[in-house]
Design a protein around this ligand. Structure first.
Ligand code: SAM
Length: 334
């Protein structure tokens, strides 16, 4: 396979995040919030359109696709769609990011279809705080579904948005959770993406601070060079004597844009080349125009990839007190 999605900074794109819906059954304050307007159904890419798009990007060197949302399992038929994608593209590394509230009945069928990995978002281990941050009372389902995924033999990564004043008092519990369960407990720095998310610099619980404190609760052993490549931008540590691991993702304090290999497709068919930029390439009208279609989309993709920005340049120019981009994470897919 020759890699053809390259940019002017010498980066090669091999990873695509595909959001299948902007709707979510949770209302996390920092992500979707309440009272959002949703994309009308006719503007959402149909599953067949997404499958054809995937076929095209696989030929362009994309090796990994992560489905996301909104909440992917809110969209009707998502589990079956993912199984179909796995069948159609068996060599593709397919995974999903979910809040795990609705995954229960799909865990086994997905595992049987070869989906071996799932990322689950969970910002707190306290049911009351869960209700406060998500606006919904679903902690028990999420917790039970994490166990179901582990029992089905999936590799589970738990993602918590690290927020000062919200979950920074829970680090001992998070470390214990990772010690007792064979999963990765990862902390993602709160990002200034979207407006009115409650973000300001003081709310960012920084990766270095988390690491220093976590080391007082457990002996953390960095991964070997061989293991590291499976973790993208995350810094991951084994817990000595424990079953799981601790991971740190620092999009705010650490510059890993230099190795960014991602593109994002939103559910209404917009291509985004950087999480920190509002620039979009509108693929849906091109895709749906019989005179243009996938051949024209391919050209746009190559051009867009070439001009992929360095996100941290945008972050450094962010106006004080504002988000770096206007669109909320729920519409982009994280
Ligand atoms: N509903 C799915 C879920 O909960 O994982 C997928 C979509 S959600 C937008 C994807 C990820 O983005 C979640 O892990 C969420 O916590 C994260 N996220 C949303 N807003 C964020 C922010 N402002 N900073 C950091 N991560 C954020």
């Amino acid at each position: 396979m020759h890699k053809i999605l390259e940019d002017t900074h010498g980066r090669t794109v091999s990873y695509l995040r595909v959001s299948v819906t902007d709707r979510c059954n949770l209302r996390c304050t920092y992500c979707a919030g309440e009272g959002q307007e949703f994309i009308p159904h006719p503007d959402i890419l149909r599953y067949e359109e997404i499958l054809d798009f995937i076929g095209m990007v696989v030929d362009m060197g994309i090796e990994k696709i992560r489905f996301t949302g909104g909440e992917p399992f809110v969209r009707k038929g998502f589990g079956d769609f993912m199984i179909e994608a796995a069948k159609r593209y068996p060599d593709l590394d397919l995974c999903v990011t979910t809040n795990a509230t609705l995954i229960k009945d799909y865990v086994k069928p997905l595992a049987e279809a070869g989906i071996r990995r799932v990322n689950i978002s969970l910002d707190t281990l306290d049911p009351e705080k869960f209700k406060r941050i998500t606006g919904r009372d679903h902690f028990a389902e999420v917790r039970a579904n994490i166990d179901r995924c582990l029992e089905a033999g999936m590799r589970v990564k738990i993602n918590a948005v690290a927020m000062r004043g919200f979950n920074d008092d829970e680090l001992p519990a998070f470390v214990e959770f990772a010690r007792e369960n064979p999963l990765d407990m990862r902390f993602i720095e709160f990002m200034p993406v979207g407006l009115e998310t409650g973000w300001d610099d003081a709310t960012v619980w920084k990766a270095e601070e988390i690491l220093t404190e976590a080391e007082t609760y457990a002996e953390l052993v960095p991964l070997t060079e061989d293991d590291k490549c499976q973790h993208g931008p995350a810094r991951v540590f084994n817990i000595k004597g424990g079953k799981g691991r601790i991971g740190l993702i620092s999009p705010y304090t650490n510059h890993f844009c230099g190795t960014c290999n991602r593109l994002r497709l939103t559910s209404d068919g917009n291509l985004r080349t950087c999480l920190f930029s509002d620039k979009v390439y509108r693929l849906r009208p091109v895709l749906r125009n019989p005179k243009l279609g996938l051949a024209a989309v391919e050209k746009i993709l190559k051009k867009a990839s070439r001009h992929k920005p360095i996100g941290h340049d945008l972050l450094e120019r962010m106006p004080a007190g504002q988000g770096v981009c206007r669109t909320r994470m729920a519409s982009i897919g994280g």
